[in-house]
Design a protein around this ligand. Structure first.
Ligand code: G3I
Length: 383
């Protein structure tokens, strides 16, 4: 009978295997064929990364080489956001988005669209009412439909799945107080899904949010998707962004979140995975410039490199999380960036720190976390 391993035990085994591999290589043994995450992952799981504008244009050859070698899926870090692609009512800037879609298509990858409706990165004109009045329902919906038709319509048959609505929930599970909610009412979410399906009937459609491991938000997301589906709308999955830390959320909480979504019959996509290795401080949010300098000095712990003990901790954390993704049959894991060079976490929650959230370092070298993820995938039955 096959022994059931706990995620912790399996992660430890994966780490041992990664360490043995490094030792063998150091001892001059013949290198095994290079590992590619997309090949090690089960056929049912896509593995990808968000790419930025220079990468989509081929201007970051080291990152492009990693993406080509390792991944079978891409997401656009910024270039399909409303602010970028539709900055003025009658002006669309499709060129960077076209390059992004072509980047993925020409390499045979599953191309994700991010994002059709969000309250951030949306230009002021979308939120403005007519003749100085507050934005009304009819105008807001007409703008949304025109935008979705133009953007999702342009990439019909080429974008495989869309983040249709992003971050519509507050932490307590209520609908976030946004201009969309104010102008349209709660059914703006279903309208967005309806328009997206109309624009590209074959595309997968997702609801995407962060902190879905928190009970109230998690349960609200399940209710939301069930309600949408009960109305006959297409919803293919929930995206948990997974901007996580090396300790939080706890593994048991992630396990529970994935189990709850699974029990509700909702496929899960891990859409923006990275692991913040720096401390967070409640004062970081909204701190003025002088306070920021003090907080930065206190929390920018590794300006000259990540110490080996933290590298190992990060590797173990990644392996443990992947084992949970595998256990629950997660459909896709997308890293939010390729190498540590260009992660958004250098500037969040405060600007100007040095972070190490991904699998490749600033020079494009594999970190121990890469080996640990590869071994977790292999241990689960990949190549
Ligand atoms: O490109 C300009 C550059 O020309 C200018 O000099 C510079 C000055 O600040 O700004 C640059 O644009 C920045 C852009 O990232 C590219 O680096 C924007 O200011 C900055 O706001 C933008 O941040 C992005 C953020 O979303 C807001 O859209 C991050 O890159 C991106 O990683 C982040 O991604 C979001 C997901 O879409 C949704 N989930 C959360 C996730 C993290 O915040």
């Amino acid at each position: 009978m096959e022994m059931q391993r706990t995620p912790k035990a399996a992660a430890a085994l994966a780490l041992c295997a990664a360490a043995a591999l490094s030792a063998a290589l150091a001892a001059g043994e013949q290198a095994p064929p290079p590992l590619a995450l997309k090949d090690l992952a089960p056929k049912t799981m896509l593995v990808g990364a968000a790419i930025d504008r220079p990468q989509a244009a081929g201007q970051d050859p080291a990152a492009v080489a990693i993406v080509e070698r390792q991944f079978d899926q891409v997401s656009p870090e910024n270039d399909l956001k409303w602010e970028r692609i539709h900055p003025e009512p009658d002006r669309y800037d499709f060129a960077p988005a076209d390059r992004y879609v072509e980047f993925g298509r020409s390499r045979g990858m599953f191309v994700v669209g991010h994002v059709l409706l969000w309250h951030q990165q949306t230009p002021a004109w979308v939120k403005a009412g007519v003749d100085g009045k507050p934005l009304d329902r009819e105008t807001a919906l007409a703008r949304l439909k025109a935008h979705v038709d133009a953007v999702a319509g342009r990439y019909k048959g080429r974008v495989g799945g869309w983040d249709v609505v992003n971050e519509a929930l507050e932490e307590d599970g209520s609908l976030r107080k946004t201009f969309w909610l104010d102008a349209v009412g709660p059914d703006y979410v279903e309208k967005a899904f309806e328009y997206a399906h109309g624009a590209d009937p074959a595309a997968e459609l997702y609801y995407n949010d962060y902190n879905l491991w928190k009970t109230a938000k998690r349960d609200a997301a399940v209710r939301l998707v069930k309600e949408l589906r009960a109305k006959g709308l297409r919803v293919d999955g929930i995206g948990e962004q997974a901007h996580w830390g090396v300790d939080d959320p706890p593994l048991a909480t992630i396990d529970e979140m994935l189990a709850v979504f699974g029990a509700a019959g909702i496929p899960v996509h891990i859409t923006e995975l990275d692991m913040d290795v720096l401390p967070r401080d409640p004062d970081m949010w909204g701190a003025d410039l002088s306070k920021q300098a003090t907080i930065r000095a206190k929390t920018n712990l590794y300006p000259d490199g990540l110490p080996p003990a933290m590298q190992e901790k990060l590797a173990k954390r990644y392996a443990e999380c992947f084992l949970l993704f595998l256990k629950h049959g997660v459909r896709r894991v997308t890293f939010w960036g390729v190498t540590d060079k260009s992660s958004w976490l250098h500037n969040f929650p405060i600007r100007g720190r040095v972070n190490y959230p991904l699998l490749w370092d600033r020079d494009g070298r594999e970190k121990p976390a890469f080996g640990a993820v590869a071994e977790a995938l292999r241990a689960h039955g990949g190549l």
